[in-house]
Design a protein around this ligand. Structure first.
Ligand code: TMP
Ligand code: ASP
Length: 243
């Protein structure tokens, strides 16, 4: 019998976490809710929950096949993903291949400027503080992660960048930047957590240069539902063709 939802553990901006009848396993329930600018802007994106569950399940399975440990166990239903229960490290790792978003404002950099090698930034995961930019020394000083864990997070993030840049390129999309979260499993190993979806990355269409991600929602560009659906369709066809 498939694991059942029990108690709600916490409700986030785009997902709800539930305990299950199995220790060390929890369920991520994907909502259609969308927020931006630390939840100053709120809305919904049609069918985003099922789309993000499908996209993240496909990408995490792909990453697992390529040597990246993730919390993914299985996709249970349209909106539910069974994952390993982790102790979340309160650090968001952002990898940037080209300038967009906050770095353009922060450092007055022109949008689209390439970064070779990719730039890695850290943000402290705190809604109350608006996820401030932090440095490696903050992470070590406040013991959010030790130096071995931090090296693993950076190494894995750069591997994810290599792997997913290639996947997205094959479906006509450029991976501009993305945010990853990590946690410790019951054995203390650092594994990739949360999700990889158009909510947490920037994808530009290679032909039109149009954003195909949450920037459409952030900047009121229209066709938000359509962009999420299009990305998921291209990925589905890509992985079906590979089987
Ligand atoms: P930024 O340009 O706002 O710093 O974001 C960089 C990338 O990371 C972008 O694809 C959005 C993603 N991101 C999140 O999804 N959540 C966050 O809290 C942060 C800081 C970034
Ligand atoms: N997810 C964050 C928020 O809710 C930041 C963003 O995606 O713009 O505000």
């Amino acid at each position: 019998m498939s694991p059942q939802r029990q108690q709600q553990i916490r409700e986030g901006k785009s997902k709800i976490l539930y305990s299950t009848d199995t220790p060390h396993q929890i369920i991520q329930f994907f909502k259609d809710d969308a927020t931006a600018f630390n939840a100053l802007k709120k809305g919904t994106i049609k069918n985003k929950g099922p789309i993000n569950n499908k996209v993240s399940s496909a990408l995490f399975q792909y990453l697992e096949r390529n040597g990246i440990s993730t919390h993914f166990i299985s996709q249970l239903s349209e909106r539910e993903m069974l994952v390993k229960k982790l102790e979340i490290i309160p650090v968001e790792v952002v990898v940037r291949n080209k300038a967009a978003g906050s770095i353009c404002k922060r450092l007055a950099i022109e949008k689209g400027q390439p970064f070779h090698p990719a730039l890695v930034e850290f943000f402290y995961k705190s809604d109350a503080l608006g996820d401030p930019l932090i440095s490696e020394t903050h992470i070590l000083h406040f013991k959010w992660a030790n130096s071995k864990e931090l090296s693993t997070m950076v190494e894995k993030s750069l591997q994810v960048n290599e792997l997913l840049t290639a996947v997205f390129k094959d479906i006509g999309l450029e991976l501009i930047d993305f945010k990853l979260e990590f946690g410790r499993d019951s054995q203390g190993q650092v594994v990739l957590a949360d999700e990889f979806t158009a909510d947490g990355c920037r994808l530009w269409d290679l032909k039109t240069q149009e954003p195909m991600d949450k920037d459409r929602f952030r900047q009121d560009l229209g066709n938000v539902d359509e962009a999420y659906f299009e990305v998921s369709q291209r990925l589905t066809h890509y992985f079906e063709a590979k089987q």
